[in-house]
Design a protein around this ligand. Structure first.
Ligand SMILES: [Mn+2]
Length: 245
């Protein structure tokens, strides 16, 4: 199994295109990246929000998954967009407002198409992916070893939001435990969710969210080679968004 796992894109479609080209993908006439050697793409979630082209990213991933050329697990932003598309009352904040603005600019037919595609993508996606006979696990905010393969509200909260304690920092952001530091499993865990300036590798875990939407870079992890490939972001750099270690 040869995969290129892509970190949190957050609507940075151009960077996504650049990254896939750097990885050897060629975009076909339908606007889909195809690899000459049959490699597939995988996405750690948070496709949308904050960046300039969220719906185009969501659309592309939906087609890739439907064609069997891509794997996807949702992130917390995907979960919120899903609830918005279902007609639930959600706050248009933390970046959802940009995706909603893109959506509101569409005509009724286009709206229906993207809404249905995204709902289908989300509903068919596992909350965490176990690949390569259990040697590789992909989950948006990571996963603790004892939760791999399990399905419960606890697992759902963990993979979408991380190991949150329920407490908040003075700035209002949630307190999260550093599960990766304690991880002792043999399976490689690839995740995103918490922007880092460089890929954070610790105990068989890889955080590949290098903050594309916060002006740093968009990163792919090649599996099984475990090589890191990145392209620079075109967004303005926002220092305080990055994990401090
Ligand atoms: Mn996230």
């Amino acid at each position: 199994m040869e995969l290129d796992i892509i970190g949190d894109i957050h609507g940075c479609f151009q960077e996504f295109q650049e990254l896939t080209k750097k990885l050897g993908y060629v975009w076909d006439t339908e606007g889909i990246p195809i690899h000459v050697n049959g490699r597939k793409l995988a996405f750690v979630g948070d496709l949308t929000d904050r960046g300039p082209n969220s719906l185009q990213v969501a659309e592309t991933v939906s087609v890739l998954v439907n064609k069997g050329l891509g794997y996807y697990v949702p992130g917390n932003h995907c979960n919120k967009l899903y609830r918005f598309f279902l007609g639930n009352k959600v706050q248009h904040t933390h970046g959802l407002e940009t995706t909603v603005a893109e959506y509101e600019a569409l005509d009724q037919i286009e709206k229906k198409l993207i809404r249905e595609k995204f709902i289908q993508l989300y509903e068919n996606a596992p909350l965490h992916l176990i690949l390569d006979y259990g040697k590789l696990v992909i989950a948006h905010a990571g996963i603790r070893e004892d939760l791999i393969g399990k399905h419960s509200n606890k697992v759902k909260t963990f993979v979408l939001y991380g190991d949150i304690t329920g407490e908040k920092h003075p700035d209002g952001s949630p307190v999260r435990r550093d599960w990766a530091k304690e991880y002792k499993g043999d399976a490689v865990i690839v995740y995103g969710h918490t922007p880092v300036k460089e890929v954070r590798t610790i105990n068989n875990t890889y955080n590949i969210d290098t903050g594309a939407v916060f002006g740093n870079k968009l990163t792919a992890l090649k599996y099984p080679e475990m090589e890191i490939v990145s392209v620079p972001s075109m967004m303005p750099f926002i220092e305080e968004k990055f994990r401090k270690i």
